[in-house]
Design a protein around this ligand. Structure first.
Ligand SMILES: Nc1ncnc2c1ncn2[C@@H]1O[C@H](COP(=O)(O)OP(=O)(O)OP(=O)(O)O)[C@@H](O)[C@H]1O
Ligand SMILES: [Mg+2]
Length: 230
């Protein structure tokens, strides 16, 4: 049996700790995502979805509780070790694509490989081109991001998130800026990559139509998981 993609144990998060404005946002979250799961994370605005995603993505630390990514526990790791684990195990897709506009699609997709290795080689370009092909962007691989539509840029962002072959892909409203047709296309593509490559997806969405298409829906209300129908 492969390790679980994610295990959260009693995760809590407070902001402004030690000040009169201290407030606990996440109240003891427990959650396990099995390998290859395709999950939606839903809940009202302010319920803590992005806060939780940032903790799972090792961009922020919980105030209490434990997490493990692909069987690797994070408790006690220093910042450098967390950064290495993040680079190796987690792919991010945000609402805004965060690609470099002046660079081409293939250059953007290669970037994580380049940053990881420190120098470029021909294999990186080949890997990036193959992934752009898989997300339906082969024709645009040498186009600058500035010249792509929102939906096209988001496909490139997904290819970039997948290039390191992460265990877990975290997406925070990845279709939030797209019209219905483009959102459906990007969603179809994430689902296809999940089926073909088996990495686990956790996708924050406000769109009930898209959430219905996920194998599992996890609902966060007031910093607590209230439903996670499988
Ligand atoms: N750095 C911070 N300092 C203080 N409070 C914060 C901080 N980040 C988030 N919060 C608060 O935590 C709560 C949850 O915010 P979060 O962004 O996680 O919600 P969300 O579910 O992602 O909402 P949305 O659907 O609008 O994106 C909010 O009340 C927010 O104001
Ligand atoms: Mg949010």
């Amino acid at each position: 049996m492969a390790e679980d993609a994610l295990v959260l144990t009693d995760i809590r998060k407070s902001f402004n700790v030690g000040s009169p404005a201290e407030v606990e946002i996440l109240h003891g979250i427990g959650l396990t995502l099995e390998p290859g799961a395709f999950c939606a994370l839903i809940g009202p605005s302010g319920s803590g979805k992005s806060t939780l995603l940032n903790i799972i993505g090792l961009l922020d630390r919980p105030s209490a509780g434990r997490l493990a990514i692909g069987g690797q526990a994070t408790l006690g790791l220093d910042d450098a070790a967390l950064t290495r684990l993040r680079g190796r195990s987690i792919g991010f897709v945000f609402q805004a694509h965060h690609l470099i506009p002046a660079f081409t699609a293939v250059e953007n997709v290669m970037m994580p490989l380049l940053l990881n290795r420190g120098w470029a080689d021909a294999g990186m370009r080949i890997a990036a081109e193959a992934l752009l092909d898989r997300v339906g962007m082969a024709r645009w691989r040498d186009a600058r991001i500035a010249n792509l539509s929102g939906g096209q840029a988001q496909r490139v962002a997904i290819a970039r998130a997948l290039i390191m072959e992460p265990v877990l892909v975290l997406a925070d409203e990845p279709t939030g800026n797209l019209d219905t047709a483009a959102a459906d296309g990007v969603f179809d593509m994430m689902q296809a990559m999940n089926r073909e490559q088996g990495m686990t997806f956790l996708i924050v969405t406000h769109d009930p139509r898209l959430a219905k298409r996920c194998g599992r829906v996890i609902e966060l209300v007031d910093g607590q998981v209230i439903g996670s129908a499988s």
